[in-house]
Structure formats: structure tokens, C-alpha cells
Design a protein around this ligand. Sequence first.
Ligand SMILES: Nc1ncnc2c1ncn2[C@@H]1O[C@H](COP(=O)(O)OP(=O)(O)OP(=O)(O)O)[C@@H](O)[C@H]1O
Length: 282
Amino acid sequence: MTATTAPSTAPVLDLKNLTRRYGSLTAVDDVSLRLPSGARHAVIGPNGAGKTTLLNLIAGTDRPDHGTIALGGTDITRTATARRSGLGIARSFQQPSVIGELSVLDNIVLAGWRHHPLRRGAWWRPSRYRQHAESATRHLEAVGLADSAARPAADLSHGQRRMLDLAAALAGDPRLLLLDEPAAGLTDGDIGRLLTILGGLPSSVAIILVEHHVEVVAELAETVTVLAAGRVLITGPTKEALAHPEVRDAYHATAAGQIGADRDGAPEAAPDGVRDTAEARG
Ligand SMILES: Nc1ncnc2c1ncn2[C@@H]1O[C@H](COP(=O)(O)OP(=O)(O)OP(=O)(O)O)[C@@H](O)[C@H]1O
């Protein structure tokens, strides 16, 4: 495939008119979005709004029926998922994808090897292993897991697994990090640690955060896109987006479990929390 590379001033991500249909359902409906390098952007909306589908389209695990995706000015609409990873897109999942039988360190060594554009041969060969182990240790330090490096990943708590999944995503030195509900299932303490870690990432890494916790969005995101039934309701600065009347109304529906609810249907942000958080930023 031919790739057209634009100057480095190109947005890190440029989505144009993305649409994904499943039969008669349009999960992502004509979504356009331009993010500058180092953006801190959140995508919010009710259950079924199309947030995960949008991440799948960007990561390449799903394909749009219409529209284009450019990464740093290069059209990647038809580029395979593995190649997108090599180009700098990394993702952490709602369910952490760690290998329980491997040590915590080896999970990251393997992730670093997978992301390496020139990877060849077996990752555990000593020369390659040493090459990746040093940076793997740095990534574990960044997520607070260095002390657990030698433990089997299976021994980690849910919160620690999520941090390990995040370290695995960072192991490829991404320029675009896709985070799908990173705070889901975390304790308040773990959420605090997550905020510190994500807040400390270098500006060379742009983040797209799908998250139901409004306080996490308010703390981390500079800009927000609100999706409703696959369409963009609003894209703008976080404070403005969260204070938008339709967003406020939508979050009022939380009390009925229709938006912002966790998988058990419990509301994660009271309507007043939206207002208070948005005002706190201003
Ligand atoms: N592979 C698929 N086949 C058919 N329908 C799908 C598929 N994936 C998603 N959908 C539908 O597309 C719509 C958007 O789903 P999506 O998971 O993107 O929403 P979401 O905003 O991430 O929701 P949640 O907050 O619950 O994770 C939903 O109606 C969902 O049922």
C-alpha cells in the first residue's frame, strides 16, 4: 500500500467522516476528529454510544464502512492492526491482556519485542532479552510495579493488572495511546495512582481516553468528544463539553442507569458531580 507522509505539523490523529454499521445499526456515524500531537482527549457518552467501536476503528481491529483515518499525516485507514502498532498506536483494554504464567517483567519485555518494528526470532534469546529488559524495568517503575517485577503476573491484583496492561501499552513508545475505561473496577487509591501515572506521561504521547468516571475525565482530559448514538454531540474543551446542557441532561439520566453506569448498572458520577467537576476546573 502507498502511504503519503505529511509534514510533522500534521495532527497525530485525523478522523474524517468515520462510519461503522452493523446491519441496520450505525454504531459510529460520520465522526470527524483532529487531535494535535500530545493531546489529552476523552470520549464519553452513554452505554452503546459507539466509544469502543471508535477505538476499534482507530486501532484497526475493526474497519470503517466509510471515512478515513490518518496518523501523523499518514493514511492508515486500510493498514493492518499490527502495522498500526508499529507506527505508534498502543491500546490498553477494558480487560487487562496480561499473560499470567509470565513474570511481570517478562510481560513487558514481550510487549516491547512485539512492538519493535524490526522484531525477528525469539524474544527470550539473551541478547534480545537484555535489549528490552532495561526499558521494561523503566516502564514498570513508571506504573509503580518495579518491586513486583519477578512475580508471576497471575499473582497481581486487578488494579495491578491494569497498571501492567498500561505498562505493556507504553512498552512500544507509542505516540497515540488508546485507553478503554482504564479506571473501571479500580479502588479510589488505584484511581489516584492511575491519575498520577497518566498525568506524568510525556507530551510526546497523545491519549484518547474512553471513561465513565467523570472525575477522571475532568482531571486528565483537555478536550472531550461526547458521542450519542454514534454521532458527535459536541467536541470541545473539557469544561465546556461537560457543562453542555445536553451532556448535563444525559448525565442526569445516570440516576436511571442509562449513562455513565458501570457494568453493574451503578451510577459512577452523580449529576451534580458533573457540574462540580466542570466548575472546579474553571
Ligand atoms: N461486533 C458487533 N456486532 C454488532 N453490533 C455491535 C458490535 N460491536 C458493537 N455493536 C453495537 O454497536 C453499538 C456501539 O457499541 P460500543 O461497544 O461501541 O458502545 P460503547 O459506547 O463503547 O458502550 P459501553 O459504554 O457500554 O462500552 C452498540 O449498540 C453495540 O451493541
